[in-house]
Write a protein that binds this ligand. Structure first.
Ligand code: KIV
Length: 285
């Protein structure tokens, strides 16, 4: 299924042109209703592979499949008309080489209508990013803490402290050379994020990075308080909807057990009520 093109949404070049301008606003989404809520407020909506952890209860993003990304991508596309949709390439769908990456990126875009893909990695992905961009696939890169490499990074730690900062700067420059239109910087020191933002010509989108980045992104379930398994320091809870949902469910359970729900206004009579304006028409009664 190919999603219909969303004409008013910004494209990769529009986003690239925002470098150094007003901050880009971005959130993740995985469902149609959530995409609808954010469409008018976000420049970019990312169908993140974080879906595996926040909606499917997986321990990491490593088990997320192409099929999951396509299903959630199609759902998000139905809810967007003015934000750009970017979709994550899941683990093992691109690392092996440019040709595999192209096949899977093209499939993600064809089957969901996403305008670009995101993939994790810097210097080691330079050739792949260049290959994709030259063949019509806009790429958002993701460096710093790259969750798909959690097993080789030794956990979800801050990246780029001390000497490791040079490697992350090299990653950012490789991505810029390869033609990516933007780069996510995750969980790096603010001073490093600021230096990268100053030194590369493509927008940086921070998550646990710096207010000086060209934009910000958060996982929507984190910022709304739906995902409560843990809360990284960089997450600000803008609402506690998880608590509100649990309270509502507890109230429903209590009312069902007390037989106070459903109430008379929620049940049906034997006869349909007369339609307004038809009963006693013309009699004045
Ligand atoms: O999958 C995701 O949600 C992401 C964001 C954290 C940037 O990659």
């Amino acid at each position: 299924m190919s999603a219909t093109a969303r004409k008013s949404a910004p494209n990769a070049e529009d986003i690239r042109a925002r470098k150094g301008g007003g901050p880009l606003v971005s959130l993740t989404a995985y469902t149609t209703p959530m995409a609808r809520f954010m469409d008018a407020h976000c420049d970019i909506v990312l169908v993140g592979d974080s879906v595996g952890m926040v909606l499917h209860g997986m321990a990491s993003t490593l088990s997320v499949t192409m099929e999951m990304m396509i299903m959630h991508g199609q759902a998000v596309a139905r809810g967007l008309s003015s934000a750009m949709m970017v979709i994550d390439m899941p683990f093992a769908s691109y690392e092996e080489g440019p040709a595999l990456a192209f096949r899977n990126a093209a499939r993600l875009m064809n089957e969901t209508g996403a305008a670009a893909v995101k993939l994790e990695g810097g210097v080691e992905m330079e050739e792949t990013i260049r290959f994709l961009v030259k063949r019509g696939i806009p790429v958002m890169a993701h460096i710093g803490l790259t969750p798909q490499s959690v097993n080789t990074l030794g956990g979800y730690k801050v990246q780029g402290r001390d000497d490791a900062a040079d490697q992350i700067m090299a990653d950012a420059k490789a991505i810029e050379r390869a033609g990516a239109f933007s780069v996510v910087l995750e969980k790096v020191p603010a001073s490093l994020a600021d230096r990268i933002t100053a030194e590369i010509s493509v927008p940086t989108i921070g998550i646990g990075a710096s207010a000086g980045c060209d934009g910000q992104i958060l996982v929507v379930d984190d910022m709304l308080g739906f995902f409560t398994a843990f809360k990284p320091k960089f997450v600000k809870r803008f609402a506690d909807l998880g608590d509100a949902a649990e309270a509502a469910i507890a109230e429903y359970a209590a009312e069902v057990r007390a037989r106070s729900f459903p109430a008379p206004e929620h049940v049906f009579a034997d006869q349909a009520p007369a339609k307004k304006g038809t009963a006693n028409k013309g009699t004045g009664k």
